[in-house]
Design a protein around this ligand. Structure first.
Ligand code: FBP
Length: 262
């Protein structure tokens, strides 16, 4: 059987990744508080919460990665200060990511942007280098820009998932469409590329978020790459436990409802 480069991040074929690159993408004042502004806090949540991978930019990885959970280094990124058509360029080599301990590199492609060609080409080079060096290349595929009306429609999310397949990614991180049936089409469109649901902004309550995760898993997702819904939670380890039970044990949201914020 073909080697699955995502193996370091899988448990029984499923996975729960903790994303913490929002300091660059959104800035500290938008997403962080006194507690989660400290990368050590999030590294600790990744370990104690039983995550199968943690996502850092290289600077955070250099200073705060402890080696206790497999590492994904995001090799591009941008701030949200510049407005207009989005572009995110490479800021870390694959080789350097590996020297920090990465078992995968992550790269965001804004499909629909007038600059998408640059990101498609850059990811193509990064994917080849990652595979030559034996690690996975994970594509965050986010439809964005003036041409994109609705970034969670069935049509656009399945296009995002398919883009990851066409470009040779080992996994695709895409937004949830809002229902199981349409997300299942996105998973099918990825034709074997592992699909991760992206967490998104903190949901109004636990139940709403867990229902999205359940829907994505039932649609055939490999798992979840989540940030804010965990480390902005008042009890991140409790949220991590709920997520583990849904992703790995197939728990129903109803069975977890006692103790949830609804
Ligand atoms: P969240 O679960 O916090 O949404 O994190 C997932 C993620 O893809 C991060 O890796 C990234 O920083 C962020 O979302 C991008 O957010 P946006 O959609 O606002 O650009």
């Amino acid at each position: 059987m073909k080697q699955d480069r995502m193996n370091p991040f899988l448990r029984e074929g499923r996975s729960m990744l903790l994303a913490y690159d929002q300091g660059l993408e959104h800035g500290p004042s938008s997403d962080f508080d006194e507690r989660n502004v400290d990368p050590s806090f999030v590294m600790d949540v990744a370990v104690k919460g039983g995550f199968n991978g943690v996502v850092f930019q290289k600077g955070v990885a250099e200073r705060f990665y402890t080696g206790r959970v497999p590492l994904i280094v995001k090799v591009n990124g941008k701030t949200n200060i510049v407005k207009g058509e989005p572009i995110s360029r490479q800021n870390c080599s694959v080789e350097y990511a590996i020297s920090l301990g990465a078992k995968a590199v992550g790269y965001t492609i804004y499909i629909g942007s007038t600059f998408e060609a640059e990101m498609l080409a850059e990811f193509g080079r990064i994917q080849e280098e990652a595979h030559e060096k034996g690690i996975a290349a994970i594509a965050w595929v986010y439809p964005r820009g003036a041409a994109v009306q609705n970034d969670t429609s069935r049509e656009i999310v399945s296009y995002a998932a398919r883009t990851a397949l066409e470009l040779g990614a080992d996994a695709a991180k895409v937004k949830y469409t809002g229902d199981r049936e349409s997300f299942a089409w996105a998973v099918k469109s990825a034709a074997g590329v592992r699909v991760f649901m992206s967490g998104g902004p903190k949901a109004p309550n636990d139940e709403a978020f867990l229902r999205q995760v359940k829907g994505a898993m039932e649609a055939g997702a490999t798992g979840l790459a989540v940030g804010r819904n965990v480390w902005q939670h008042s009890e991140p380890l409790r949220m991590a436990e709920y997520l583990r039970r849904i992703i790995f044990d197939g728990a129903q949201v109803e069975s977890l409802v006692q103790g949830l914020t609804v």
